[in-house]
Write a protein that binds this ligand. Structure first.
Ligand code: SF4
Ligand code: MG
Length: 320
């Protein structure tokens, strides 16, 4: 998947009438086949709005989202339906996302039905195979999901997504509602499924510890923008954006070494995404802000091998 210059705004009511909320802007990254790509940021930074664009649930105002040579942002509804076979979404809420009146097997078979795949017996076989792959008891095929734990429900959601044999699975806070033990088991499951099926994953999460554990490359979002995109090790131990440094400095770590040698605490609140001022959106909180930051929006630029950050300090911080 290749994302370039993606932006999306929503209309809202402000104090003085109609206003625009800039939910997503200047979003850029590439996800390579077989990657575990992470999109991380605090709640409200536009991650879920971005998820809706990546999956074609909404269309961007600007920019392109290429997936296997098709621009998801401009695909016709018919093409989108066909494309969805190849990328699937697993959401956060293990309770809200399952129809309580449908038996487990029928829930997993449904995407096959929607896409007109297989006859009844074949669909049943594929659903049962998916159940056993995610560690659900195949004997519960005809049971309702009501008795399932949160972890089992997320396994069911994963089975429902992978029954179509997609190439890309987008996980939006998929593990957030689970306890640590269950999260660990799910991460092992994802790893196994990836080894068997060659899936590509995008993990959308607010949880730095989680993305540190599973993602090979990571994009950091702040106020709707991708402010840094870098390989895991580089992002955590040599971040290029002052916001990433602040995030890491506040993050708990189970590792022997700290992510950053010095404290870098964030002051203030992010500005409102309504009618954003010009320049860098982080300028009001950034300890390094200088004149240029207030007038010119920094774009993602190459820092070093495979690492990008959107900060004027990268080209020396001089006025241009
Ligand atoms: Fe800070 Fe300026 Fe870099 Fe923005 S562009 S993060 S304000 S130094
Ligand atoms: Mg969200």
């Amino acid at each position: 998947m290749s994302v370039r210059g993606v932006a999306k705004h929503y209309e809202t009511r402000g104090a003085s009438g109609k206003a625009q909320v800039q939910a997503v802007r200047n979003v850029e990254f590439d996800v390579f086949p077989g990657d575990n790509f992470g999109i991380v940021g605090e709640s409200g930074c536009g991650k879920s709005s971005l998820m809706r664009l990546l999956t074609g649930l909404e269309r961007p105002d600007a920019g392109t989202i290429f997936f296997e040579d098709e621009n998801i942002g401009q695909a016709s509804p018919k093409r989108l339906r066909a494309l969805r076979r190849r990328f699937q979404l697993v959401l956060q809420d293990p309770y809200g996302s399952l129809p309580p009146q449908s038996p487990i097997g029928a829930i997993i078979e449904e995407p096959l039905k929607i896409h007109g795949l297989g006859n009844r017996a074949e669909r049943r076989d594929r659903a049962r195979a998916a159940m056993s792959e995610v560690g659900l008891n195949v004997a519960s095929y005809d049971s309702l999901p009501t008795g399932l734990s949160a972890g089992q429900r997320q396994r069911l959601n994963v089975a429902r997504a992978m029954v179509l044999e997609p190439r890309l699975l987008i996980m939006d806070e998929t593990l957030s509602a689970l306890d640590q033990t269950e999260q660990g088991k799910m991460l092992n499951l994802f790893e196994r499924l990836q080894a068997q099926h060659g899936f590509t994953y995008i993990f959308i999460s607010h949880d730095l510890t989680m993305v540190r554990q599973v993602c090979s490359r990571i994009a950091v979002m702040y106020l709707g923008e991708t402010v840094e995109v870098a390989p895991n090790e580089r992002l955590f131990f040599d971040p290029g954006h002052p916001y990433t440094r602040a995030l890491l400095s506040a993050a708990p770590t189970l590792e022997k070494r700290r992510y950053l040698p010095e404290e870098c605490l964030l002051e203030g609140e992010p500005p409102s995404p309504i009618d954003l001022p010009p320049g860098c959106a982080f300028a009001g909180r950034c300890p390094h802000a200088f004149d240029r930051c207030l007038s010119e929006t920094p774009r993602l630029q190459t820092r070093n091998a495979q690492a990008l950050a959107a900060c004027h300090l990268i080209d020396g911080g001089v006025a241009q």
